[in-house]
Design a protein around this ligand. Structure first.
Ligand code: NG6
Ligand code: CA
Length: 501
């Protein structure tokens, strides 16, 4: 009897197993705090990103792609689960000792790919909590649940952000290089141990924390962090070699699994604070540490590409490069980024930045590169990162339990450039919620501050409803809610419907 014929994506073959050799690998590179205007291919002229620009030139560059939130933890929660983070309490920026936010056995982007026969890896920044509810991570023993419990076969990661303790790598379930005689203790409440803090010993710092930001608790590698730690000396990471380490781990994983389909979720430390790139990049951009970190990010992408090239895997690997939220220049350290910004515009022409309901909070670079299938070009289709899990579920012909990944849409054809018909609407989350529908954007009224003075970013909060026509006013300068009460009401109703669904 003739077997069922599958004809999606790269697969045109009889039966699923016969196609397995052709399944494209997937390398997802998630930059941290990279803005819409930070790459040459998105208009930057003051910083050079040749590797990412090459991907863009030979791939599909999206101009209206969104992270689901304007900060890290909720964006990452959404991209792995396909559920808007604001539906679930406790998914805001996670402290470094938070318990695992995504529960074991939940259907996730990696778990579906694993089911489809992929070997999966999470390398880089985690920031989605670790360990059991009510307990959190046990740094000196098995750290779980974590990435391995939600679908990753391999994980090598920084637990939270680079500015939070503990400053150690975890490989699968264990802190790397931990000496059992020197156990790690972490507290986000009280000082512990006798390691100096930035507050008491600013003379020991290689970069001062910005006034009012904190970042002045335990000093690790000359950098004041958020939170207190002691112990684990042999396990401490070196900030200047984080990018090198993540590249090496990625290369190893790819080499080891080059004969089977693989999925790498590579979440870079760049360009989040503290920005302490390798000497190869220090003072090379002329834009201060933030620009130097962009150079390091671009190098990272280049190295991954080289590895794929050397293994002749580039043709059949889908590479996606994007960012978890918009840009911020001073997010806690005086690293020269403000003084040296010059004419560089991290958000391009957009208003706001990280933390903001204005578009720069969530509209981010998004590039898809797959020479075998994706024609080079530019797509203005509206998409969200939250669409990735369900799109790859469809792409790999997997089925998932009803109700999982509720907020994503199957955007396979859009991601592969076969269609420009993106979503009809998307929600942007930054404390308050906003919705884009067609040319219009509505920001729900809220009492939050208009500006986050610490980071000097307009948050988009207003007690009045806001309506912008993004087609004629991409900079969100003219609130036309009063002139268009009908459109305002329509978008408010759409947002409410999605919120209540
Ligand atoms: C903020 C930190 C900021 C950064 C951010 C998380 C302060 C004043 N600021 O709370 O430095 O760590 O959290 O960034 O503590 S994110 O990209 O992981 O969301
Ligand atoms: Ca971030």
């Amino acid at each position: 009897m003739k077997k069922h014929t599958l004809a999606i994506g790269a697969f045109l073959c009889l039966g699923f197993t016969a196609c397995s050799q052709q399944k494209p690998n997937i390398v997802f590179i998630y930059a941290d705090d990279l803005g819409y205007g930070d790459l040459g291919c998105y208009g930057a002229t003051q910083v050079h990103t040749p590797n990412i620009d090459r991907l863009s030139k030979n791939g599909l560059r999206f101009t209206n792609a969104h992270a689901s939130s304007a900060t890290c933890t909720p964006s990452r929660y959404s991209i792995l689960t396909g559920q808007y983070a604001w539906r679930k309490a406790g998914t805001g920026i996670a402290p470094g000792d938070a318990a695992a936010l995504i529960k074991p056995n939940r259907t996730t982007w990696p778990s579906v790919l694993k089911q489809a026969g992929y070997t999966t890896a999470a390398i880089g920044k985690w920031h989605l909590g670790l360990g059991e509810d009510g307990k959190g991570p046990d740094w000196n023993n098995e750290i779980k649940p974590g990435p391995l419990e939600i679908g990753f076969d391999y994980a090598y990661y920084m637990p939270a952000t680079l500015d939070r303790v503990p400053c150690v790598y975890v490989e699968n379930h264990r802190v790397v290089n931990l000496d059992p005689a020197d156990p790690i203790t972490v507290s986000y409440k009280n000082p512990i141990g006798d390691w100096p803090t930035g507050k008491d010993h600013p003379e020991l710092l290689k970069m001062q924390s910005s006034p009012g930001h904190g970042h002045n608790q335990t000093i690790v590698n000359g950098i004041g962090r958020i939170g207190y730690m002691t112990g684990g000396k042999a396990a401490l990471w070196n900030d200047e070699t984080i990018a090198d380490t993540l590249v090496a781990k990625t290369q190893n994983f790819i080499r080891l699994h080059s004969s089977q389909p693989f999925f790498v979720y590579l979440a870079t430390g760049d360009i989040h604070v503290p920005r302490d790139p390798n000497n190869r990049f220090k003072n090379k951009s002329g834009l201060g540490a933030r620009g130097d970190a962009i150079l390091q990010l671009d190098w990272t992408v280049g190295e991954v590409l080289k590895t794929l090239d050397s293994l002749q895997l580039t043709q059949n690997t889908i590479i996606i490069v994007t960012s978890d939220n918009g840009p911020v220049v001073d997010d806690g350290y005086q690293d020269g980024s403000v003084e040296n910004l010059g004419t560089h515009k991290p958000a391009g022409e957009l208003r706001g930045g990280k933390y903001s309901a204005f578009d720069a909070g969530t509209r981010v670079p998004f590039i898809v590169h797959w020479p075998r299938q994706v024609k080079p070009g530019v797509s203005a289709a509206l998409i969200s990162q939250i669409d990735l899990p369900i799109s790859f579920t469809s792409f790999t012909h997997q089925s998932i339990p009803a109700g999982e990944m509720p907020d994503g849409f199957d955007m396979t054809n859009v991601l592969l450039g076969r269609s420009q018909k993106g979503r009809t609407s998307v929600i942007e989350h930054a404390g308050t919620l906003a919705i884009i529908e067609g040319d219009w954007k509505y920001i729900k009224p809220g009492k939050g501050p208009r500006i986050n003075k610490l980071v000097n970013i307009e948050l988009g909060n207003d007690e009045q409803p806001q309506l912008y026509n993004l087609k004629t006013d991409i900079r969100e300068q003219h609130n036309v809610a009063a002139q268009h009460p009908d459109i305002t009401a329509k978008l408010a109703a759409s947002l409410q419907r999605i919120e209540e669904s």
